[in-house]
Design a protein around this ligand. Structure first.
Ligand SMILES: [Zn+2]
Length: 243
């Protein structure tokens, strides 16, 4: 199928050859960088939830805003493994904050070197200070002369809390995942006789047993509307910041 010239051009960066990248870049010099984690999300959800979710949301956004979606980075600090009050020692890869800082800085510098006008970093994992470190590196980057503008955010900061509250392996995250990667969720592994808890089930937030792909689709649409507005604003701002 040939897309009409007015349709946004988008693609998955790692799957494209240079000519295809250049054709998309010429129309939409926007890079999407989904930032995930390999982190225990209960018995009912895949450990890559944060990266799968962020990647799925970036693809949905790129389809309307155009641009290139990078593969998710699965290196996170401050995962559930390190929470002393809890006992989930397995199925999380927990990296140091200094490693995270170097990796985000390296990605931003390299994407600026590729001359993207906007780099949209979407944090699927909002553990702290992991999330603040990424936002801080974005702020520092934007404080230096560059024709690239970085946006670093998460779906929880873009979608109304009435719709999606910050959560771990609960209704919001699980619904997103059921929408993007239904084979990565099994609600039958949640307890049927009690409400899931943080201590027993690694669930923090609204009851994930009510999750559905339909809600994930609704959340995704709300995210895309808010994120697209941010990108439009950043595109008008980026050229003014040139060296
Ligand atoms: Zn998560």
């Amino acid at each position: 199928m040939t897309l009409p010239p007015s349709a946004p051009a988008w693609g998955r960066y790692e799957r494209l050859m240079p000519a295809e990248i250049e054709a998309i870049f010429a129309r939409h010099p926007i890079a999407y960088l989904p930032w995930g984690a390999l982190e225990y999300h209960g018995r009912h959800a895949a450990i890559g939830l944060d990266g799968l979710k962020a990647h799925g949301l970036c693809v949905a956004l790129a389809k309307v805003a155009g641009g290139l979606v990078l593969p998710p980075v699965y290196v996170a600090a401050n995962t559930i493994k390190g929470v002393k009050a809890l006992s989930f020692p397995r199925h999380s890869l927990d990296f140091s904050e200094s490693t995270l800082r170097l990796l985000i800085r390296g990605h931003l510098d390299q994407l600026a070197d590729e001359q993207f006008r906007v780099v949209f970093v979407l944090c699927g994992h909002v553990g702290q200070p992991h999330y603040d470190i990424i936002k801080d590196e974005a702020r520092q980057f934007n404080g230096r002369p560059s024709s690239t503008h970085v946006l670093a955010t998460s779906e929880c900061d873009l979608v109304s809390p009435d719709m999606v509250k910050v959560n771990h392996a609960a209704l919001g995250e699980v619904s997103f995942l059921m929408h993007t990667d239904p084979d990565c969720v099994d609600l039958a592994r949640l307890p049927s006789d009690r409400v899931p808890t943080l201590e027993a089930d690694a669930v923090w937030g609204p009851d994930p047993r009510a999750s559905s792909a339909e809600q994930g689709r609704t959340f995704t649409a709300a995210f895309v509307t808010a994120a697209q507005a941010l990108i439009t604003r950043a595109l008008t701002r980026a050229p003014d910041r040139g060296p």
